[in-house]
Design a protein around this ligand. Structure first.
Ligand code: ZN
Length: 329
């Protein structure tokens, strides 16, 4: 096997030098769907949603947190955790350099976790940032997620998760893949303790993130037009040499297939998440009275809440014993 692949490097360089066709002048952005141009502050005011066609632009983790948290009630946790490079991995650029470049944009990792209050409910949030190495899941993402879950179990507070990820971080190899198991175990702990988990799937949620914690929420919302799939359509088409339908993997078709509970406009998300958390949240006095009682009361409350909700995932219904169509356990 040749040690270097010169052709692909040249091709990437050429591709990088081709300017995007719809780029507006200044600091603005053009809508990918309808071509409308927006200034940065216009977009921010409208939560990164196109006012002409409702296309959802990508937004950073800090914008997400501003949108979700009540007032200034956000306290980031474990921001000191940083990726190491156990494999000393180098592709076109060394991994450490890629991390430094990503950090220079002002985000420290692909997952930001912290304590906040959503529509009056004290809770935790784990928010992914696609701008940091494609929101890829490495050891730091897994560790932060597991710690957030532990904190939720300790405090009895619910967890909101917003995903946007290309999947496992290639540069960390098998260590990145291991985070799938780690985050699934963390979700299982939350399940045992009857802590509600609300997941919002943003564009794109793919690969190892979709195949682990992203698909395990009690309530799963998706943003309009988000790609939610294990493999993207381009990869599948190249592998199978078959044309996929245009709606493949999109949030709307995942709703039809029962993979998500609702497709929700970004501007309505805090309200929707807040309603769910308010229904499922427990009185603060319960929390220090022992895990068994918390779990029992949580389950009873969740069961009552479940019956009051029109659209409930089959998974949750099974778990709560409110339906006859079986549970995940
Ligand atoms: Zn548009």
């Amino acid at each position: 096997m040749p040690p270097h692949i010169h052709i692909s490097v040249d091709r990437l360089r050429r591709r990088r030098s081709t300017p995007p066709s719809k780029k507006p002048v200044g600091d603005g952005k053009a809508c990918k769907a309808c071509g409308a141009h927006f200034r940065a502050e216009e977009l921010e005011r409208n939560w990164g949603v196109c006012t002409t066609c409702d296309h959802h632009f990508p937004v950073s983790s800090s914008e997400r947190i501003t949108q979700l948290a009540d007032g200034d009630e956000w306290r980031e946790l474990w921001s000191e955790l940083a990726a190491t490079d156990p494999l000393r991995f180098t592709d076109l650029v060394p991994y450490t350099e890629r991390v430094e470049q990503a950090e220079a944009k002002g985000v420290r990792e692909a997952l930001v976790v912290g304590e906040l209050s959503v529509q009056g409910v004290p809770s935790l949030a784990a928010v992914m940032d696609f701008g940091f190495l494609g929101g890829s899941m490495g050891s730091v993402v897994g560790e932060k997620f597991a710690r957030a879950a532990d904190r939720c179990v300790e405090t009895g507070r619910p967890l909101s998760v917003i995903t946007a990820s290309g999947g496992a971080r290639m540069q960390e190899g098998v260590i990145a893949l291991m985070q799938m198991a780690k985050t699934v175990v963390a979700i299982d702990d939350l399940r045992e303790a009857a802590i509600p988990v609300v997941v919002v799937l943003a564009h794109p949620t793919t690969g190892g993130v979709w195949a682990s914690f992203a698909s395990m929420g009690d309530f799963t919302y998706a943003e309009p037009g988000a790609l939610i799939a294990f493999s993207g359509p381009r990869v599948i088409e190249q592998t199978t040499r078959e044309k996929l339908p245009p709606e493949f993997g999109l949030a709307e078709s995942q709703l039809e297939n029962g993979q998500v509970d609702a497709v929700v406009d970004r501007r309505e998300l805090p309200g929707r998440i807040g309603s769910v958390l308010n229904i499922l949240d427990r009185p603060r006095a319960d929390i220090d009275d022992g895990a068994g009682r918390i779990a029992r009361q949580g389950r009873e409350r969740a069961s009552r809440a479940a019956q009051a909700l029109p659209k409930l995932s089959r998974r949750l219904r099974g778990r709560l014993g409110t339906g006859s169509d079986g549970g995940a356990e």
